[in-house]
Ligand binder design. Structure first.
Ligand code: UD1
Ligand code: CA
Length: 460
């Protein structure tokens, strides 16, 4: 498209009143990723770094969530409508020296790369001054109604609130998807004539259609049927439906690629997760963020993970919770295991039930099978951590490290008061509270001696 230059503008300034949230609507998530993530992904191939974003309500949350785009965020201090949002961005758009500006509502997360490319291609061919995408959903809901004249040409978009059948006749069912492509030089002369004389008292971007038609500009509407992909999301029900459609799509793709999925209706996999053919997943479960499941990895039911890397033939048993961690090949976690950020398990290591691991490296074949907390620690290969062992890593102000060598045996119910070092092949007696270094091969035991006292005279 050398002869055609376009930038993009994402409208993400609104509050999303119908979500009843203190966070901006565009940060509401589908499969663990904010709506805006999907919009940006769809735009990237066509616009690269020429993507502007209007932010307003909760702007700081939006820029923080998407640092790569924050440089081209434009603040709309008061949210006076989609037309006002475009006015606010106009200087930046003109400054980009692009011939066209593609505009998309930030609450349209199911839009895909292909719809964007196809639309741009259509605009490139007919060179309209103003083009937009329309859909014909089963329910027109609150979408802007598209008005065409007898010849079938678009004459206006009228918002649902402002639609008066006595003026416009019965609605056709065709509505505005909130995706536009504007010729910058043509719209320049219309944009600041928008008024807010309507039921909402807002400046509508959609009124540009009416204005453009009045001035005999070339306006086209591209109808894309009733695809759910182009539906805007305004309330929890629409969010749930979109999320469900997206989930089905991802799970179907994984099945096709050779991932074995049990109870697939209840398996939720985010768009950034990578699941290799030959991995096996049971629902219900959630695999979010940049999680990776390598071939032969098994994820049992009721597991929840985000940014977890699960290597070949590792098993994550039921009710485990994993976040920002690495599980090596042949490892086993759970049931009821918890791996917190920075937990790394090397080949064949085992973390059993009610074991929590944070910022710790478990060497190959380390076993911590029951009821344990390992925080800020390094544990050498083959070491066994007895039930109830706790690394006491926090004194209320600072965190301290526990280092355990290879082949050590930590008896049950041991408290390791960090900072502390336990040597290779050391043995710690059950119930010990260890505060001093234990050297290689030493036995350490620190518990009060058992005293048995006769309680009363009993016949011998
Ligand atoms: C809009 C369209 C409607 C269309 C529908 C498609 C207008 C007036 N109406 O209605 O014709 O059918 O989208 O989904 O445009 N925003 C700002 N600043 C503002 C107001 C809104 O950035 O001052 C952003 C919102 O964050 C949102 C987008 O613009 O992402 C659309 O706003 P919204 O209020 O959802 O418009 P709709 O009522 O859905
Ligand atoms: Ca909307």
């Amino acid at each position: 498209m050398e002869d055609f230059s376009a930038c993009a503008l994402v409208l993400a300034g609104g509050k999303g009143t119908r979500m009843h949230s203190d966070m901006p609507k565009v940060l509401k998530t589908l499969l663990g990723e904010p709506m805006l993530h999907y919009v940006y992904k769809a735009l990237e191939p066509s616009f690269a770094d020429r993507i502007f974003t209007i932010v307003g309500f909760g702007a700081e949350h939006v820029t923080k969530a998407f640092p790569d785009y924050s440089e081209r965020c434009i603040l709309q201090k008061e949210q006076l409508g989609t037309g006002h949002a475009l006015q606010t961005a106009w200087e930046s758009i003109k400054g980009s020296d692009c011939e066209y500006c593609f505009v998309i509502n930030g609450d349209t997360p199911l839009v895909n790369r292909k719809s964007v490319i196809d639309f741009l291609e259509a605009v490139r061919e007919d060179r309209a001054d103003l083009s937009f995408i329309t859909i014909t959903p089963e329910e027109p809901n609150q979408f802007g109604r598209v008005i065409r004249n007898k010849a079938g040409q678009v004459t206006a978009i009228v918002e649902a609130k402002d639609y008066d059948e006595s003026v416009y006749g019965p609605a056709s069912g065709e509505v505005n998807a909130g995706i536009y492509c504007l010729k910058v030089s043509a719209v320049d002369s219309l944009l600041f004539s928008l008024t807010n004389e309507n039921r909402s008292g807002e400046y509508y971007i959609t009124d540009l259609v009416d204005l453009a038609v009045e001035r005999d500009l070339n306006v086209t509407a591209v109808n894309c049927g009733n695809s759910i992909d182009l539906m805007g999301i305004n309330n929890p029900l629409e969010l749930a439906k979109a999320e469900s459609a997206l989930r089905e799509r991802i799970v179907a793709e994984l099945l096709e690629q050779g991932v074995v999925i049990h109870n697939y209706e209840n398996v939720v996999v985010g768009p950034r997760a990578e699941v290799a053919p030959g991995a096996e997943i049971s629902g219900p479960c959630q695999i979010f963020g940049k999680s990776i499941l390598q071939t032969g990895a098994i994820v049992e039911a009721n597991v929840c993970m985000r940014d977890a890397n699960i290597s070949q033939n590792a098993t994550i048993r039921s009710f485990s919770h994993l976040e920002s961690c690495e599980v090596g090949p042949e490892c086993s976690v759970g049931p009821y295991g918890r791996l917190r950020p920075g937990a790394v398990m090397e080949r064949g290591a085992k973390v059993g039930n009610f074991v929590e691991v944070k910022k710790s490296r478990l060497g190959p074949e380390v076993k911590a099978s029951h009821l344990t907390y390992l925080g800020d620690s390094e544990i050498g290969a083959g070491t066994n951590i007895g039930a109830g062992t706790i690394t006491c890593n926090y004194d209320g102000k600072n965190k301290f490290k526990t280092v355990i060598g290879e082949g050590a045996f930590i008896g049950s119910n041991t408290a390791l008061v960090a900072p502390v070092e336990i040597g290779a092949d050391a043995l710690i007696g059950a119930g010990s509270t260890i505060t001093k270094k234990v050297k290689d091969g030493e036995l350490a035991i620190s518990r009060s001696k058992q005293v048995n006292i006769r309680r009363r005279n009993e016949k011998s």
